[in-house]
Design a protein around this ligand. Sequence first.
Ligand code: 6LW
Length: 517
Amino acid sequence: MIQTPILTVFCPDPSIIRVGEDYYIATSTFEWWPGVRIFHSRDLQHWEQIASPLVRTSQLNLQGDPCSGGVWAPCLTYDGSRFYLLFTDVKTKKGRFYNTHNYLVYTDDIYGEWSEPVYLNSIGFDPSLFHDRDGKKYLINMINGFKGILVQEIDPDSWQLVGERKLVYGGTEMRYTEGPHMYHIGDWYYLVVAEGGTGYEHGVTMARSKSIWGPFETAPNNPIITSNREDMSMLQKCGHGDFVDTPEGEWYMVHLCSRPVPGTNWCTLGRETAIQKMVWDEEGWLRMECGGNFGQLTTASPKGVTECVYPDDLEGFRDDFEGDSLNVRYSAPRADFHEFADLSARAGYLRLKGRESMNSWHKVSHLAVRQQCFTCSAETAMEFIPTYAEQMAGLSYAYDALCFYLLAKTCDDRGETVLVLLKSDGGVITDEMEPIPVPAQGKMQLKVEVLDAGRICQFFYKVPGGDWQQAGEKMSCELVTDEHARGFTGAHFGMYVHDMTGLGLYADFDYFSVECR
Ligand code: 6LW
């Protein structure tokens, strides 16, 4: 049996391919750099994150992108010799006129470097590339305003879009048609789309046509997958799927899902990737092997695979900053973290240089990891000697630039070194405790515990020679959920420093750890 989700915590909009015995999935990263996470597996259960494809600012410039804008729904494909990745960089997503730029990058070696981006169009998001049997390639994407699915041929030599741009499918009554993927199986072109919006109404629907140009006929058994909202212990938000076949001819669908914090509808872990075994029915439509259309927590393993064993990625993590490169699990908002993070400045420490404050959509020095499980803690030790009130460094429990908690060392207006506990709710910052005087020199330890099955958090601090002390009261985790922040990414723990004077004061972090309970 495969246990799902297979890619836990902030791994949404999966796009899957198989190359021989190797499976790869790409997932969205939004405003978090580097762009797009790619995972590898041989058994569909165990996945290892490999290098991100978008690691140069010339490929992806996230400066100024809104929270949960940036990289939406990548599409990973392989045409027998080359890997292709399409993605949208969402520049604005408010109101009627979204700005969504679609790009393509390619590589011959999925473990190597990817090309510079080729600009495709901006008319909608969720672009996907379809390689037909006759060698032709097509761009498929939704149209902003959820007006349907577009198909246009693309010339693989010049990467120019050529010929007619045709709206081939308008979707079903579930609406919000997005996330299209095209397949040519037997005599049919199958079009699979996400519908219902990416929240609790989410689903996957299917249509088919004898021609790629339509007309597409909607499947009688839609949605192929959705969620049982009567039972919140089941997977929720099931939708946005992609199909893959195994060497033995079995079929699977990977799809987006969420697991709300028990007893709530809050998703602190963001949106994740699950998998379901599929079968073809007599009429030539795919359905879940288990029957029904609710996403399940287990599904049958593929035949004839050897289990691949990887270290369990999400069972805790401690980094003493002894290496010379940063662990693959770190991300930073809107910028290459090499711009502000340095492992070589001081042996055994991570030095972060202060730049803009957290609310900025530009140059923020915040190095974070995804919240790994409902009940957990994150801890760090830091040296930081501020002399201005505009300098601050500490430990974050953050959703994005607008919704976060921060326990940080700074100066008050009299020049005294203090510890503050801040909350930012939609960008409105409040103090959650009276500032606590602390020594300017020496190592300060900071910790946040997420308790009560993921509903409550509590910060702690420890000064040199002291004991752990509580910082402020218990606070609700609702602040850092997809629902409250109206976002797509889930919560993060991070190390943070700002210096709004422009002097670029740094903080040295001795370790960073996250433990699951
Ligand atoms: C993505 C769209 C969606 O582009 O949400 O869940 C958007 N589906 O297809 C962001 O992930």
